[in-house]
Each structure stands twice: as C-alpha cells, then as structure tokens.
Write a protein that binds this ligand. Sequence first.
Ligand code: MG
Length: 162
Amino acid sequence: MNRGMRIGTGFDFHPFQEGRNLVLGGVGIPHPRGLKGHSDADALSHAVADALLGAAALKDIGSYFPDTDPRYRAMSSLLILEKVYRLIRGKGFAIVNIDATVIAEEPPIAPHVEAIKVNLARTLHLRPDEIGIKATTMEGCGPVGRREGLAVQAVVLLIKEE
Ligand code: MG
C-alpha cells in the first residue's frame, strides 16, 4: 500500500442563464445559454478544484474564493485552478491524474474534450493524457434532464512527494 496516495472528489452544478458565455475547462463552448454564477461559472474547473482541495484535506473552493468577494466576479476559473495548484504543491502534493464527467443534456461536449484537456493540463502542469474528460446525460430526468443546468463530477489522485 502506498500511504502517500490521496484521492479527492468534487461536484458542481450551475443553472443555465441566457446571455452568458458557456465556459468549461476554460474553453468557450458555442451555446445559446451559459451558466449562471459569480465567476465565469466554469463548473468543470470548480469541480476539479474542489477535488484537488479535498484530496489534500484542505477546505472547499468557497472557503478560498467566496462568491461575496468582488475580486472573483467574472474571473476565469483557470485562475482559481492555478491558485489551488499552488495550495496543493505547498502541502507537498503532486497530481497523478484527473477524471471528470460533465452531466448535461446539452450542448455536446465531445467536440471540445481535447481543447479542455490541453487547457487543464497547461494550468495544472500535467500532460493531456493524464486527464480524462467524459460526458453523459440524465436521460431527461431531474434538473439536468429538464435542461435547467449542468453538473460536473471530478475525481483526482494526488501523491505526496518526499
Ligand atoms: Mg461553481
């Protein structure tokens, strides 16, 4: 057993809102609606950030980047990921891999997966093949199924460096 291995999970949901850009993993995705939120509402980056923080036994994303703080208004969530990366490096952790699932009825995510991997890899000092990005739908059920919003689930593995 490798006692230096640490797993973390993250989850985020944002409702769709007219007149906003849809951003996932720092990639602008053409769509009639974006996500409602304080920053750029990049639910994928938020879920990955929370998974990284959780694996390092740090606090949740809202503790470090409160949505009451005007500094984070409309900010790129890749900057949040950069700061989270520095936090976990400061605790002596390196990222082994990341896996995330976008849960949405719309839009199709597959055409944007490679661009998302490249963005996240650059931000988190990984290779694109160390990042999994998948998509699924809720088959018409629940708030995601009714196209009210989009959810993302993420899992990360960290390793403690000596
Ligand atoms: Mg969020």
